[in-house]
Design a protein around this ligand. Structure first.
Ligand SMILES: [Cu+2]
Length: 334
């Protein structure tokens, strides 16, 4: 019976492991944002996030295996030691070996979980030498990213302000301000919101950016480079987050915190402010383009020449070139 029980645990753990690896590893490989139906973490784009995903898998498998083991044990005990099957109960009150085992085994399991967990914590707070330092400043309700470059010859610091792009912005860009005013000017409140949502649907389908995560000016970092990110705030507490990087840091006014990431995959990665900061908390998305060094240099040269439009276009062209035509469109819930 015991052998059969352990067999069942091993089987279900293996099955779960296959599912977990499939969903976190392959299915979302090309996205830097959540997708409909997603049940697990976003795909990793940094070594730290890879560690987070594997710890998540190990902890989940352990929990599921223990739950199944306890369930089967209870069912077995209920059946085997029922009044009918076991009319004269044993008078034994102790079993030394069993008691030692049910103390030692959980300790070993906890130590086994603690080792990768402490290793991850240590790695998250061990900052490798930076290739690039960016200071992210949170404002109600947008992010500013200042590239700290003035130690390099001929370079100035540049600041990129990222504002959220909404349904209204997309429709205005398509129709022009006058036509937009004529069509939607008389609408108010929920009616306006509903009309804008319905009419912008097809525009979002064409857009490369997911709805609710799009920004007007994204930032870019070169692939494979270590980026230090200093995080602070101008008003209330916000939080800078890119799930695929495994980076999350509170932005506290009057203080500067730091995190780091080393993106290893080219792509566009999205995140949001992750601390409830007020009315327009949802309008604080973050978009980071991870690009080849040459593209980054071109983009930075445009920014140094104060050509923000040109810089944004460089990122847009690069994204369009690497995005397959039949890109699945992520429509986040309204
Ligand atoms: Cu917020």
């Amino acid at each position: 019976m015991l052998r059969r029980m352990f067999g069942a645990v091993a089987c279900s753990a293996a099955a779960y492991f296959a599912v977990a690896m499939g969903t976190t590893g392959a299915a979302h490989a090309d996205f830097g944002h959540p997708v409909p139906g997603q049940a697990t973490l976003q795909s990793p784009a940094t070594p730290i996030m890879e560690q987070i995903v594997s710890l998540y898998n190990v902890v989940n498998i352990t929990i599921i295996a223990i739950t199944i083991f306890v369930l089967l044990l209870m069912l077995y005990v209920m059946y085997r030691f029922s009044e009918k099957n076991n009319p004269t109960p044993s008078r034994n009150a102790h079993h030394t070996l069993l008691e030692v085992a049910w103390t030692i085994v959980p300790i070993l399991i906890l130590v086994g979980l603690a080792i990768p967990s402490f290793r991850l914590l240590y790695d998250q707070y061990s900052f490798p030498k930076p290739d690039l330092t960016i200071k992210a400043t949170a404002n109600a309700w947008f992010w500013e990213h200042e590239y700290l470059l003035d130690k390099q010859e001929g370079m100035k610091n540049v600041t990129i302000t990222s504002n959220s792009v909404g349904d209204e912005d997309l429709l205005k860009a398509k129709l022009g301000d006058d036509a937009f005013g004529e069509k939607y000017g008389s609408l108010e409140g929920i009616a306006r919101h509903k009309a804008l949502y319905a009419d912008s649907h097809s525009l979002w389908a064409e857009s490369l950016a997911p709805r609710k995560l799009a920004v007007d000016q994204a930032i870019a970092v070169p692939v494979g480079k270590v980026v230090h990110l200093l995080v602070t705030s101008n008003d209330v507490i916000h939080s800078w987050t890119i799930p695929s990087f495994g980076s999350k840091m509170q932005a506290v006014p009057g203080r500067t915190a730091a995190t780091w990431f080393q993106p290893t995959k080219i792509g566009t990665y999205y995140g949001q402010c992750s601390v409830l900061c007020g009315k327009l908390h949802s309008a604080m998305p973050i978009s980071v383009h991870v690009v080849e060094q040459a593209v980054y240099d071109k983009w930075m040269a445009a920014l140094q020449a104060k050509d923000k439009k040109g810089a944004a276009q460089i990122l847009k062209d690069e994204e369009a070139a690497r995005t397959p035509a039949a890109k699945p469109v992520a429509q986040l819930a309204n």
